[in-house]
Design a protein around this ligand. Structure first.
Ligand code: NAD
Length: 392
């Protein structure tokens, strides 16, 4: 089997995913690189030994020796570059979130259908052991029919990851209830078996609005993501624009009647996601979200609290970034590029998670007023559900 030849656009923090895709002699090799930052390009060229490097993604897309592209630029650039990839006939992995608006997502999905080029969206949480374990338990009927999902997301590194660069600027992301929550909104949809149809949210910039910022055009600070300040109010060198919320809470009604809640805070001491799913015959909850952690199921009762639960499942061991999810999702993407067919991630679901996060952001900036989530064009739904074949 010849290696697939992969071009990578955007080689910042997420370059780790390109390293997961670089498997020379084992199915895929990264052979072309693009980044608008010449210093990044120079550094990464050495890492991959790539034959071709460019600062202009259109020149990379002109090449006829690439089988697929991995797109990992900042969120606000996804729409333009993803459409360029699709129009150039290059199968593309677009990092989540698919885009920063509902219209942006729909434009990408339409371009995929128009061109017939394969589109894959990097919702790697669908390949995380803890998520798959919870989904299997639900599908097995461990808790009956799921009726309500409650998710709390504690983002301890929030001030460093999300408030020291473009993530903090709503013109680049819309907000963190889209940027960050797109992952969990997608998982809520996957676990509950429906898509959000109506949202209401509250949120505020409670802590990072008043901390010292850097001058425009200055790089992220020396020691970024190596040294951390505590308490969070000691953080400094924030991005020159900080206008996204650092606390947000969101309620949603899904199209199958499920009611869900999602809460996110960017100044907690510890980092973890905590899911509770309650069904007609029990509930489950995860304690820790990585390999070796636990998902507990209670499905007898009623009783008082029982810490030992009825069943405790161990999240399996895994290698690689994001609890093994990065290796798994790249394996799925490479298979999809070669063979097409069904995948655990879904462009339609990616659009629906952005749509829920986008409308929730509109709601929280409008005093919590409920907002409906616009449905996706049924013809696009049909195209993707049929496996991205043009005959559909
Ligand atoms: N799935 C996940 O778990 C996960 C984790 C982290 C980031 N992400 C996503 O990955 C993407 C990248 O995030 P990051 O943290 O690596 O960002 P980053 O800012 O660290 O890196 C982005 C890189 O893209 C380059 N770039 C910007 N515009 C470009 C353009 N037009 N053409 C080519 N290169 C361009 C920048 O120079 C930079 O090197 C984002 O969409 C983010 O949401 C996903």
């Amino acid at each position: 089997m010849e290696d697939l030849r992969i071009g990578v656009i955007g080689l910042g923090l997420r370059a780790s995913l390109a390293r997961a895709a670089h498997r020379p002699g084992a199915g895929a090799a990264v052979t072309a690189l693009c980044d608008t930052d010449p210093a990044v390009l120079k550094h990464q060229a050495g890492v991959f030994d790539a034959a071709y490097v460019t600062e202009d993604h259109r020149r990379l897309l002109d090449r006829d020796d690439l089988d697929a592209v991995i797109l990992m630029t900042p969120d606000d650039t996804h729409e333009r570059i993803a459409i360029d990839c699709l129009e150039a006939g290059k199968a593309v992995y677009v990092e989540k979130p698919l885009a920063i608006t509902v219209e942006g997502c729909d434009a990408i999905l339409r371009a995929a259908r128009r061109t017939g080029t394969r589109l894959y969206v990097g919702h790697n949480m669908r390949h995380m052991g803890v998520v798959r374990l919870m989904r299997e338990a639900i599908r097995r009927g461990d808790i009956g029919e799921p009726k309500t999902v409650w998710v709390r997301h504690f983002v301890s590194y929030g001030g460093d990851y999300y408030f020291k660069d473009w993530h903090a600027d709503r013109t680049r992301t819309t907000g963190l209830l889209l940027q960050k929550a797109a992952h969990d909104l997608d998982v809520i949809h996957w676990l509950a078996g429906g898509y959000t149809s109506r949202v209401s949210a509250f949120g505020d910039l409670m802590l990072y609005g008043d901390l010292p910022r850097r001058e425009p055009g200055t790089p992220r600070p020396e020691g970024w993501l190596r040294e951390y300040d505590w308490p969070p109010t000691a953080r400094r060198d924030l991005h020159h624009v900080v206008d996204v919320e650092d606390v947000s809470v969101m309620n949603m009604r899904l199209d199958n009647g499920v009611i869900a809640a999602y809460q996110q805070c960017h100044f907690t001491p510890d980092y973890v996601r905590n899911y509770t799913v309650i069904g007609t015959e029990g509930r489950l909850e995860n304690f820790g979200d990585g390999p070796g952690d636990t998902v507990k199921v209670w499905n007898t009762g009623p009783t008082g609290y029982r810490g030992d639960a009825d069943v405790a499942y161990r999240v399996p061991d895994a290698q690689g970034g994001h609890g093994g999810a990065d290796t798994e999702i790249i394996t799925e993407f490479l298979r999809f590029v070669r063979e097409g067919g069904a995948t655990d991630t879904s462009p339609v679901a990616a659009r629906m998670s952005v749509a829920a996060g986008y409308q929730a952001t509109m709601s929280l900036r409008d005093g919590g007023t409920p907002y409906d989530v616009p449905p996706l064009d049924p013809e696009l739904v049909a195209y993707f559900e049929a496996g991205q074949t043009r005959e559909s």
